[in-house]
Design a binder for this molecule. Structure first.
Ligand SMILES: Cc1cc2nc3c(=O)[nH]c(=O)nc-3n(C[C@H](O)[C@H](O)[C@H](O)COP(=O)(O)O)c2cc1C
Length: 312
């Protein structure tokens, strides 16, 4: 018997596979059996109604996608009245994702979500901190610590801190999230990038810059998961460029307890189910009985000096 269950803090998931926030929505139940997922992660909501960024919001890049959606949000009232009841019909726990522009607003929004049907709160820390410098919370340890601490004081739900990869040292932010009381880390959101149309000389995105997601980012985020797993004793949910069983396993070997699939959902909407289906056979082939046996079991090359990895 193969055991696919994983534990993220106090939450036990049937398996380690779930969607990345914003890449899954109502309607997916017509394409996949949503009950098979380890969890459902909703699109980020903000305290206010937001319409999102100017068009175009999406373009393809080699190995992935570049997007600047700008978190269009119908706000917490709609979320609690419509989205939460909609997902209540499915078995996997619902993870709400929140974003706000101040520590105070983060706390208020988290408190507003103290409603049945929400199993955990994922904190999208990639949004601008308007009270300080307008840069993303997760670019600074203090802002990360303050936001997570305030959210923890405002809710009794488990709190997952979703980090940005747009930092020099991700472990400083991971440590700050841990100090703030995060129950888990999600590593990570999109890599900041841009693309220009050389026929029109115009940026390909209405917002000029956007987030690179998909296969192109996988080695970068895998490295960050590995670093975070060494730095903090928290469960880590790896997210970046996962589109196959091998990608998911790689993340778990690097130290992730679970994984999120984003861009691949747009390419093959069955990707998450395909990974869940393939996991038992993968484990059997390697003589393992529990998916947790994979976590952090990469066989490190003892001769390698990680400090040289970045300089070639
Ligand atoms: C179209 C799109 C919308 C997204 N919206 C959100 C969002 O609302 N909140 C969030 O935290 N991340 C959002 N993300 C980021 C994903 O959840 C994920 O972190 C990122 O895409 C990396 O995973 P991937 O390479 O598997 O796509 C979005 C990504 C895409 C492509």
């Amino acid at each position: 018997m193969i055991d696919l269950t994983v534990r993220i803090g106090s939450l036990i998931l049937e398996n380690p596979v779930m969607p990345g926030s914003g890449t899954f929505a109502e309607g997916m139940e017509r394409v996949i059996d949503v009950d098979r997922l380890g969890a459902i992660v909703a699109k980020t909501i903000t305290p206010d109604i937001r319409h999102g960024n100017p068009q175009p919001r999406l373009t393809e890049v080699v190995g992935g996608m570049l997007s600047s959606i700008g978190i269009p949000s119908k706000g917490p009232d709609y979320f609690c009245a419509e989205t939460v009841p909609f997902y209540a019909r499915f078995k996997p726990p619902l993870i709400a994702s929140i974003s706000a522009s101040s520590v105070e607003a983060f706390g208020k929004l988290a408190a507003r979500l103290n409603t049945p049907g929400i199993a955990a709160i994922e904190v999208n820390l990639s949004c601008p901190n308007l009270e300080v410098n307008g840069r993303a919370f997760a670019m600074f340890p203090e802002a990360t610590r303050d936001a997570i601490r305030h959210i923890k004081e405002s809710t009794d739900r488990p709190v997952w801190a979703k980090l940005t990869p747009n930092v020099g040292d991700i472990t400083e932010i991971a440590v700050a999230a841990h100090e703030g009381g995060a129950d888990a880390l999600v590593v990570a959101n999109a890599l900041l990038g841009m693309a220009i149309d050389v026929t029109t000389f115009r940026p390909k995105l209405g917002n000029v810059m956007g987030g690179v997601t998909g296969a192109a980012m996988k080695p970068v985020i895998l490295r960050m998961v590995y670093q975070c797993a060494q730095a903090v004793p928290l469960p880590i949910i790896g997210c970046g460029g996962i589109s196959s069983i091998n990608d998911a396993v790689e993340y778990m070997l690097a130290g992730a307890t679970a994984v999120q699939v984003g861009t691949a959902n747009f390419i093959h909407p069955t990707t998450m189910i395909d990974i869940i289906d393939a996991l038992p056979e993968f484990l059997r082939r390697h003589g393992l009985t529990r998916v947790t046996d994979l976590i952090g079991t990469m066989r490190a090359n003892e001769a390698a000096d990680p400090s040289w990895a970045a300089v070639g």
